[in-house]
Design a protein around this ligand. Structure first.
Ligand SMILES: [Zn+2]
Ligand SMILES: [Zn+2]
Length: 274
């Protein structure tokens, strides 16, 4: 049996509802799954409200993926086993989400100024249930309208840092995120370290009080994974892994179930529940 601890749902920028993810994962025989939407835990709350969490036949790890403030790098931090009712975490997430809305309007304005025909309504229609409106929603509309062939192309041309329609956004500091996840009873894991493109920074980040590292990731080759496992061993950190599944061709085209994390790692995280 295998596990996958990095999955997005339509509550952020994934394609499928949390309950659809749970159902698909069960059919695929996954043993542990981590739902890790960007800056929101509403997908887990939705599962809970609808009676899908806790589930039978599969172990769901309530998680989150938070973007940290950094001048130089794109730093994502995963939280696992978090208490979704924790007030402090919820309040901070509301603040982050409000800032996302402001940023979203600014991005659309920039696109219009650059001559691209796109409206807020078009993006909101596509985003559907999402509580965490993002650049990928904007990019998907641009692709849908035939302006770009792929989401990646839209990012590379317009939306990425340094490109004409990039808007910086409010983010919590790495330290604040670690503190929030810990105070909500969670485990802090540094997401996809290779995408930070700077291993010295990766090691510094781990030393700020992270509990683990996402050593297994589709864009990590065996050498990368071995290096990250080594970083973990040196610091006595836990090892995690996941596909970063979105259900749409975002960063990598990988189907749920294609990426497999050994259950022993997932089990360790699942059992670290407070
Ligand atoms: Zn990420
Ligand atoms: Zn992710």
């Amino acid at each position: 049996m295998a596990s996958d601890l990095h999955i997005h749902t339509s509550f952020s920028d994934g394609k499928f509802l949390p309950e659809e993810i749970v159902e698909k994962s069960k059919q695929l025989g996954l043993k542990y799954i981590g739902i890790t939407d960007h800056d929101t835990i509403d997908g887990i709350a939705d599962l809970y409200d609808k009676g899908f969490y806790p589930a039978t036949g599969i172990n769901i790890i309530p998680g989150i993926e938070m973007s940290a403030d950094s001048e130089k790098h794109e730093i994502h931090i995963l939280g696992y086993n978090i208490d979704i009712f924790n007030e402090e975490l919820r309040e901070n997430l509301i603040e982050v989400s409000e800032a996302r809305w402001t940023r979203f309007s600014e991005i659309i304005e920039k696109l219009n100024n650059e001559g691209y025909d796109i409206t807020e309504t078009e993006v909101l229609t596509l985003a559907g249930a999402s509580r965490s409106i993002s650049r990928s929603h904007v990019a998907r509309v641009l692709v849908k309208k035939g302006i770009f062939k792929t989401v990646r192309e839209a990012f590379n041309t317009l939306l990425e840092r340094g490109k004409p329609c990039y808007v910086p956004h409010f983010r919590l500091s790495v330290k604040k995120i670690i503190e929030l996840i810990h105070s909500a009873g969670g485990i802090v894991v540094l997401a996809h370290p290779k995408l930070i493109y700077d291993d010295d920074s990766v090691q510094e980040l781990l030393d700020l009080g992270m509990d683990g590292i996402e050593a297994y990731y589709p864009e990590h080759n065996d050498i990368d994974t071995a290096r990250y496992i080594n970083y973990a061993k040196k610091r006595n950190l836990i090892i995690s892994g996941g596909s970063d599944y979105h259900g749409i061709g975002a960063r990598h085209n990988i189907e749920l179930g294609e990426f497999e994390l050994d259950d022993k790692f997932a089990k360790q995280i699942f059992e670290m529940k407070k």
